[in-house]
Design a binder for this molecule. Structure first.
Ligand code: HEC
Ligand code: HEC
Ligand code: HEC
Length: 420
């Protein structure tokens, strides 16, 4: 709490008014974490909320997020509560300027008046003003006009804050409010239509959280409670643990943008909010996916490693293109020769692993190429990337081996190792 007060000191407009209430500011700070504003508005960890984070927009080019610190010149220090509310819930910034929907205002539209007020108080009085000028977007001038966004909003923006469903309990409603609104899970997990809109917006709820595009480079899975397509077989406890830590051994790990969502936002939420999110997620309409088998229940431990041990477990793989030997050389030191990970689960099992068993090998290739990194304050989780070690042929051979052995995608004639 003291640091909040200290930061207030920095504030350029430190007059006393309703926004100076420390409790309100603290609530706003928590809501900014739940909304993960930092994911896009903090490019440099030493300059929180100063913007400049690049985002690739399909067909448009590169967009840079804005400085939302209370600096009056470069940030939003001279914005009124109404200006701020307009940017968050209607996608219209100060002076009527339409924002690109890369800013998730279609989700934030659900934020209540009360929470908008707290967020405003936090950004005006709890955040340090930084005089960082906004970066110019890299968009061809022909496409720079913002008026078409008005038409986009007319089609896809559903205005109006979240309405409590009186037939459901308080926990369910809290979960729905967070998932649909502030925590904007659909930004990544809902597929997009031709207008870049979340498909559930144009097709009345169909497709909601049914698996999202590869915008940030990673594919966000179907997280509806469908047994094979989604996470229907996960228990409440497993889902809560995943959201809080990004890790449930023999189930799933959070890599890529989900690792960031866990690190910046979900790991810092109160247990009751995590419980609410999981409760709601387990109760939304279950939508099937492409795969017929649940991705987190695939594969078997390798038994034939002894025969393969012709090569020692060293990182020296040369030009080898045998998938099993590549696995032994590069991966087995952590994930175990049989693929079941370390005993304590720190190095996860690749058997019964949602990334290895997934229908698409997209995230598996990303994890191998770029590694996994996550830090939620109790020690860093780190897997190195192997982009430099593996050429394309070797990558394909390794991925084929992993998917067949640990991902359960074997041909009809392949021998079946024993159950584990
Ligand atoms: C997924 C990325 C993303 C997240 C999360 C996000 N923003 Fe943004 N935001 C953007 C982008 C990109 C822009 C710039 C849009 C443009 O230039 O049209 C923007 C613009 C804004 C603006 C307008 C600033 C200006 O100068 O015009 C405000 C205010 C804002 N965001 C506040 C927030 C707050 C508060 C949160 C958290 C509750 C948040 N944003 C979360 C991407 C994001
Ligand atoms: C910035 C994009 C992004 C946001 C926002 C996001 N996710 Fe994810 N999520 C992903 C990606 C990408 C993966 C896959 C990670 C991997 O394979 O390592 C994922 C994976 C998951 C999984 C694991 C699924 C599986 O079978 O492995 C769950 C559960 C999940 N997300 C829940 C959520 C919830 C709930 C929210 C909102 C509170 C959320 N996500 C918000 C990108 C996102
Ligand atoms: C130095 C130890 C180490 C090595 C070597 C290593 N990994 Fe990992 N791996 C990890 C850790 C740590 C994680 C993340 C665990 C977590 O998220 O909690 C991980 C996660 C994974 C995941 C899950 C990623 C996700 O997003 O769901 C896959 C798949 C994986 N590793 C495959 C491999 C493959 C294939 C190799 C060899 C090319 C390899 N690993 C080499 C330590 C290692």
């Amino acid at each position: 709490m003291t640091w909040v007060l200290l930061l207030c000191f920095f504030s350029a407009n430190a007059q006393t008014d309703e926004f100076d209430d420390p409790e309100l500011i603290e609530r706003g700070r928590y809501l900014a974490i739940a909304g993960d504003c930092a994911a896009c508005h903090t490019a440099d960890k030493d300059k929180p909320y100063a913007g400049g984070y690049p985002m690739q927009m399909p067909m448009l080019g590169t967009l840079y997020s804005s400085n939302i610190t209370p600096d009056p010149e470069h940030g939003i220090g001279d914005w009124s509560l109404e200006d701020f509310e307009g940017a968050l819930r209607r996608g219209v910034g100060k002076g009527g300027r339409n924002l690109y929907p890369a800013m998730p205002y279609v989700s934030y539209a659900k934020i209540t008046d009360r929470d908008i007020l707290a967020l405003y108080a936090y950004f005006m009085r709890g955040v340090e003003p930084l005089a960082e000028p906004d970066r110019r977007n890299d968009i061809p001038w022909l496409l720079r006009a913002r008026w078409p966004l008005k038409a986009w909003n007319a089609l896809y923006l559903k205005p109006g804050p979240y309405e409590v469903d009186p037939d459901r309990g308080e926990q369910w409603n809290r979960g729905a409010y967070l998932v649909q609104g502030l925590a904007h899970c659909g930004t990544c997990h809902t597929p997009r239509g031709i207008g870049f809109q979340e498909k559930s917006l144009s097709e009345k709820g169909k497709h909601y959280l049914a698996g999202g595009p590869v915008l940030a480079g990673w594919q966000a899975y179907n997280i509806t409670p469908h047994e094979s397509g989604g996470i229907g077989l996960w228990s409440q406890r497993q889902l809560e643990q995943f959201l809080k830590t990004g890790h449930v051994n023999r189930l799933a790990q959070a890599g890529g943008s989900m690792a960031e969502a866990v690190e910046n936002s979900l790991a810092k939420l109160r247990d009751d909010d995590i419980r609410a999110i999981a409760t709601y997620l387990r109760d939304i309409p279950a939508l099937p996916g492409v795969g017929k088998e649940p991705r987190q229940q695939q594969g078997l431990a390798a038994e034939n490693v002894i025969a393969l041990r012709g090569k020692p477990l060293s990182g020296d793989i040369g030009e080898d293109t045998d998938g099993a030997r590549l696995y032994l050389g590069l991966c087995a030191s952590c994930h175990g020769a049989d693929g079941t990970g370390s005993e304590d689960g720190y190095y996860p099992s690749l058997v019964h692993n949602s990334t290895v068993g997934a229908h698409s090998d997209h995230n598996l290739r990303r994890a191998i190429r770029y590694g996994v990194e996550r830090d939620i304050g109790d020690g860093e989780i780190l897997m190195p990337g192997f982009a430099r070690e593996l050429d394309e042929k070797q990558m394909n051979a390794l991925v084929d081996y992993l998917r067949q052995q640990f991902g359960g995608r074997r041909g009809p004639d392949a021998p079946r190792p024993g159950e584990h």
